[in-house]
Design a protein around this ligand. Structure first.
Ligand code: FES
Length: 145
């Protein structure tokens, strides 16, 4: 890589960081989130920080169809996502008793699994790839990065 290419790479990386956009080339450090046994019931959740963003791990019901956002571990289904709203970057609230996640800034609503239900948010909350390592749940990468 010559100096011009190196400068271009740095500019692209800086722009990605400035926009807060997850990218495959800037994958964050894996984070240990919980023990598998910590999520005893469907809709149990754990807050954590991933790549400097507030994030949430949720035990969800079995999805009706396979989803790349959901990790199956035996009879347990898990999903994790950033709590940064895809509209303008506010931090969304935690799931309420209806299993709805609301953004207090402009009223977007998401399911407790992080799927957008009502705008103005244009997209689902960014999903985080999970792994289970010896009964520990780890957040390891942006799923779509
Ligand atoms: S920032 Fe969430 S709805 Fe606008």
């Amino acid at each position: 890589m010559n100096r011009r290419e190196a400068s271009k790479s740095l500019i692209v990386a800086a722009l990605g960081m400035a926009l807060g956009a997850p990218s495959a080339s800037a994958q964050p450090q894996p984070v240990r989130v919980a023990l598998l046994g910590d999520l005893g019931e469907i809709w149990a959740d754990r807050e954590f920080i991933f790549a400097g963003q507030q994030a949430l791990l949720v035990r969800v019901p079995a999805p009706g169809q396979p989803s790349s956002r959901v990790l199956q571990v035996g009879s347990i289904y898990l999903t994790a996502y950033s709590r940064t709203c895809t509209h303008a970057g506010c931090t969304v609230q935690l799931p309420d008793q209806r299993q709805m996640v609301e953004c207090g800034c402009h009223g977007s609503r998401f399911s407790a699994a992080g799927l957008v239900l009502e705008g103005p948010a244009p997209n689902d909350l960014p999903a985080i790839r999970l792994e289970v390592r010896q009964n520990e749940i780890w957040a390891v990468a942006w799923l779509d990065g």
